[in-house]
Each structure stands twice: as C-alpha cells, then as structure tokens.
Write a protein that binds this ligand. Structure first.
Ligand SMILES: [Zn+2]
Length: 264
C-alpha cells in the first residue's frame, strides 16, 4: 500500500522494538559527482590512458569518500539517525562509502557487503588474502597528485603477480571475507527480531543485487507478522504481493524523502 504521510513512518519507528535499515544505490556517490570537484578534475585529467584510469580512479574515489560532501545525503543520514539512535538497530548498505559510520552510526551495527576501500586484494582473488589499504593507498594517492602517473608502480599480489585492487565488488573476483565478521553480527541480530515489532526501512535499493536486501527484507516481513516494511525508491517502490498489507511504499528519491522528513 502507499505510504500516506510521514507520521505513518515515524510513528511506527517510535513504536518498534527493532529497526532494520537497508541502504541502496540511491544513497551512493557517483563518479560523475566526484569529477565535478575542481581538485579531482585536475587529478583525473592526469590519467590519460584507459589503463591508468582503470588503475588509479579507485584511489581518487577512496580519497573522495573520506568525507561526505553531499549536503542532502548527510542531512538524510542525520535525520534517520536522530530517529533511531536510541533504538536497537542494524544497518546494511550496498554502497562502498562509510558515511553512516562517519556520521555517527555505530560501526558494530553496520555491515557493508559490497566492500569498500579498507583493504586491498588480489584482483584474481587467488589466495583470498586481504591487505590493509591505508598506507599503500595514501602513498599512491600522493603520487597521483605529484608525479608522472606512468612512474607509479602499482602494488601486486605476492602469490600470482596480479595487481592488488580494493576489496569491493568491482574486483574481478571479489574476496568476500572482508565483511564476514559484521555479516555474522547481522545474522545474529536478525535472529533476535523473530516475533518482535520490527520496522524495516528499505531506502533506495534497486535491483542490482536483490538477494542482499530486497528479497530478504520481503521474506522477513512476510514471516514476522508484527513487522512493517517501508520501501522508498524513485521508481522501484512496488511491494511484493504477499506482504502488501504490511509494506508501505513511496515513489520518491529516498535521500530527498528522508532529508525532508517531518519529525514531530
Ligand atoms: Zn594473486
């Protein structure tokens, strides 16, 4: 059913025992946004070949995502946090940034199954090894700013010699071990929700990886009779038929919606 007003959502959040938040691509930062920023334009322009861009753009992205520069997005995260921070919540994000944690969500209540920029891995995932990215990545970023890009040596896998890339879904073979510990916490947390008043907020989640958030959220809503789900997306807000009486949908950009949500 259609969400009638903001109060319908905020009232249930206040009333719920547990809050599960799914953050999708609408809350992500696009590459196009990055290269509008003057300092990044000049660095990006130094990457002349396809290969340079493939290798070094992720280092620019990592740097760009160190802070949230999108005011509306930040407002949306803060508004949501103000509603749920005293609650027992868990957040799952499809994005590679760590804005929720930077903005104040508890790190041990967040999971990022698509990875990010904390670790490097062999592009081919040969050994499954994860290497702390910070020192290496800062160093390469400094070099992109300073010297000829052709002179930069990229780090390589010590087992097979393939390039090391950031541990996220863009890798040729993504090493998923990077998020297993927090996934485990998420699974344990989910077990607690059985038969509890659970509020599921699905915000801007598209269809790229529906088995991560969309389908499990629908399934959880279906099995938990005390739950309510809120699905907000600019064009994919329709709900599954078997949960229509407990799924409220809103066809609107979920960042804009949340940033402007009326909280009494
Ligand atoms: Zn390797």
């Amino acid at each position: 059913m259609k969400l009638k007003n903001d109060e319908e959502l905020t009232a249930f959040i206040k009333d719920a025992d547990l809050i599960l938040i799914g953050i999708g691509e609408e809350w992500g930062i696009s590459f196009e946004e990055m290269i509008k920023v003057p300092s990044f334009i000049s660095r990006f322009q130094k990457l002349k070949t396809e290969q340079d861009r493939e290798r070094f753009v992720p280092y620019l992205q990592r740097e760009y995502l160190k802070e949230c520069r999108n005011a509306e997005l930040e407002r949306a995260y803060q508004k949501l946090l103000s509603l749920i921070e005293d609650k027992d919540y868990f957040l799952i994000s499809m994005n590679k940034d760590r804005f929720p944690v930077q903005i104040g969500y508890k790190e041990d209540r967040c999971v990022f199954p698509c990875g990010g920029y904390e670790y490097l891995q062999c592009d081919k995932g040969c050994s499954g090894e994860l290497v702390e990215a910070s020192g290496i990545a800062d160093n390469i970023y400094q070099k992109i700013c300073g010297e000829d890009v052709e002179k930069i040596e990229i780090p390589r896998c010590r087992d097979c010699g393939s390039p090391l890339v950031f541990n996220n879904i863009e890798a040729e073979k993504y090493v998923e071990a990077g998020y297993f510990e927090s996934w485990d916490k998420y699974m344990k947390w989910l077990q607690k929700t059985v038969n509890k008043k659970l509020c599921l907020l699905e915000l801007g989640v598209g269809l790229r990886f529906p088995s991560v958030i969309r389908w499990p959220f629908e399934k959880t809503t279906f099995y938990n009779q005390k739950s309510k789900m809120f699905r907000i997306h600019h064009n994919l807000s329709q709900s599954a038929e078997n949960i229509q009486d407990r799924c409220y949908s809103k066809e609107e950009d979920s960042v804009t919606y949340m940033a402007n949500l009326f909280v009494s």
